[in-house]
Design a protein around this ligand. Structure first.
Ligand SMILES: [Zn+2]
Ligand SMILES: [Zn+2]
Length: 251
């Protein structure tokens, strides 16, 4: 088999929608290589491995955005099939429900080189204590920290709306407007009230669509009083910010 073609320094990135909760799984790697890193391998490991194989790639590592089962179920099958290391933030390791081998506990700031690309790990707690996003070039794989037009819920065990506020308005808001958002679920819908969203396929968005002044104010994410208000929320209203997602994430 020939290696995947591509310019030196360019990026291979594939988005797969898998499972009953519209989870997005990502394959990432350098162009011109046979290696792929998978993000949030769950639900159907064979389908993920086959998707990589169709692109003449083998999975050499696994990144976990957070411990929730819809992002980690059956990941041990991946370990057994590929012997990939599993990179998970140390604060989420204690929450894993099932034993997982080959774990590498990481912290924010970790960098994983893969060929001629580097994946940067950003610790973005709030949805879970050890939630992390992965930045590669101008692509941000955000897990359940940030969706298109919404952010992750904070009412589940370990969730914290103040931490999520800081992760969104601090860590992620610093990213450039050119950053492309690749969320953990396909929750976005097309509505005419969002004229700034550039991607009409609703599979990814740009940070500018989330954090520009107008969008951010509409989402209620600029002012700390929003966080105070959220503390008193009934858990029947689990969202921490932004408009209602079309489907509620059970995890
Ligand atoms: Zn999820
Ligand atoms: Zn989650």
């Amino acid at each position: 088999m020939k290696p995947t073609a591509g310019e030196p320094g360019s990026l291979y990135l594939k988005q797969l929608e898998i499972g009953p909760m519209a989870n997005f799984v990502y394959l990432i790697g350098p162009a011109g290589s046979r290696d792929a890193i998978v993000v949030d391998a769950a639900w159907d490991i064979e389908a993920i491995i086959q998707a990589a194989a169709r692109d003449e790639r083998r999975i050499v590592g696994a990144l976990v955005t957070h411990w929730h089962p819809d992002h980690t179920n059956r990941i041990q099958e991946l370990v057994e099939a590929t012997d990939a290391k599993v990179y998970i933030h140390a604060d989420d390791v204690p929450w894993l429900r099932e034993p997982v081998g080959n774990i590498v506990q990481v912290a924010g700031g970790h960098e994983l080189p893969v060929g001629d690309i580097t994946i940067r790990f950003l610790h973005t707690p709030g949805h879970t204590p050890g939630s992390q996003c992965f930045l590669v070039r101008d692509r941000l794989v955000s897990g359940d920290t940030l969706f298109i037009d919404a952010c992750g819920r904070t009412d589940l065990p370990g969730g914290d709306p103040e931490q999520l506020y800081r992760s969104l308005s601090g860590t992620l808001a610093k990213l450039g407007d050119e950053t492309v958002l690749l969320p953990g679920h396909n929750y976005a819908v097309l509505t005419p009230r969002r004229p700034m969203r550039p991607d009409r396929k609703a599979r990814r968005g740009r940070i500018s669509g989330i954090f520009n002044r107008g969008a951010t104010q509409r989402a209620g994410m600029r002012r700390p009083p929003n966080v105070t208000r959220l503390r008193g929320r009934d858990t029947s209203e689990p969202r921490a910010c932004a408009g209602p997602p079309p489907r509620r994430c059970p995890f």
